[in-house]
Design a protein. Structure first.
Length: 94
């Protein structure tokens, strides 16, 4: 299964059009074309959560609160990464 497939399943259950006007839902960081290895669920994405995901081999983090809430809306291979973006936000291509 690819990351885009699990995202499609989630969005079929909870369509993006139902999000609040101030919310930022959907894939915010990463490559939807990557093969899904495993998922880490959390409330907030923190440095510790990212470290746990890397250490345990998860390549998708699903959080209740968005990683990026205002201003910057998403980070993907297509958009690139601002050099000033905190380390936690960096998306890895492997």
């Amino acid at each position: 299964m690819y990351i885009k497939e699990i995202i499609s399943l989630i969005e079929a259950y909870a369509p993006l059009k139902l999000q609040a006007s101030f919310d930022n839902s959907g894939l915010l960081c990463g490559d939807p074309e990557r093969v899904l290895t495993s998922i880490l669920l959390c409330i907030d994405v923190t440095e510790e959560v990212v470290k746990e995901a890397i250490d345990k081999g998860h390549n998708l983090i699903i959080s209740h609160h968005p990683l990026i809430f205002s201003g910057l809306k998403h980070i993907t291979p297509a958009t690139g990464i601002n050099p000033g973006t905190p380390k936690t936000f960096h998306c890895h291509r492997q």
